[in-house]
Design a protein around this ligand. Sequence first.
Ligand SMILES: Cc1cc2nc3c(=O)[nH]c(=O)nc-3n(C[C@H](O)[C@H](O)[C@H](O)COP(=O)(O)OP(=O)(O)OC[C@H]3O[C@@H](n4cnc5c(N)ncnc54)[C@H](O)[C@@H]3O)c2cc1C
Length: 242
Amino acid sequence: MPRVPKWLGDAMESVLASKYLTVRVSSVTLLTDTLCQLNLSGDFQGLDFHPGYAIDFRVNDNDFRHYTPSAFDAQEGTCEILIHLHGNGPGSDFISRLKVGEVLKMVIPRGRKLYQPDHQFHFFFGDETALGLFKLLREEIHAADQHYTGVLELSEENLALPARLGMRLKTVTKNPDDPGRYAAASLHAMKTGYPHIFHQGIFYLIGNAASIQHVKRTLRHMGVAVKNIRTEAYWMKGKAGL
Ligand SMILES: Cc1cc2nc3c(=O)[nH]c(=O)nc-3n(C[C@H](O)[C@H](O)[C@H](O)COP(=O)(O)OP(=O)(O)OC[C@H]3O[C@@H](n4cnc5c(N)ncnc54)[C@H](O)[C@@H]3O)c2cc1C
């Protein structure tokens, strides 16, 4: 439900008031020119949260956009989100304008539980929009004494970000004319380095729908079972909201 008439957006805020949280912006940090770390505080007592759950912001009168917390502490009342400022939509504009101390409405976290705790080996593929989810998954994986690797396709200015965020992941430059191409091309070399992950691991493909398709096709050709591939498209070229 990315776009609704204004009257419906207003009605939802009052009729479904229990689904909305009031949050305060505690910090807005530009990690790079196009990647923003947003920290929020609020009363999150009693909320259920799992990696992969997403919140929504109403970014203007008509549009809602989803974002995935990269950290969420219901006891402390804190929430962190990593947001790609791609500069071409109302969600990106809304986040760019946020100021410390501002009070917002946020739809409570909900969605699919992505972490698959029964697997020892986890493989991440995604772009800037998936960084927050992978940061959180990495913490679950470390806590369970499991292992991860993966490849991210990023704009030039963000290539060093995963390492700055403490993630050991291969990075490739994104190719807007052929999404997923460089990441897919790197998979064969990665299989040589980590054959056990390709045989027994679980693959999380998150972000650009076209890149996910490309990488999934390559993984299937490499013999990865479809049951070991989790996908979630976060955006699609030319489509507003998802
Ligand atoms: C469950 C879920 C969780 C998500 N979590 C996150 C998150 O944690 N962090 C995050 O940054 N994003 C996240 N997203 C993606 C985010 O909601 C989309 O990128 C959304 O489209 C942004 O809205 P917008 O108004 O800025 O652009 P839109 O109005 O939706 O799109 C305008 C144009 O920009 C293009 N576009 C949209 N996103 C991108 C992008 N990232 N790069 C390049 N072009 C783009 C669209 O294809 C369209 O042509 C998530 C999406 C889903 C479904």
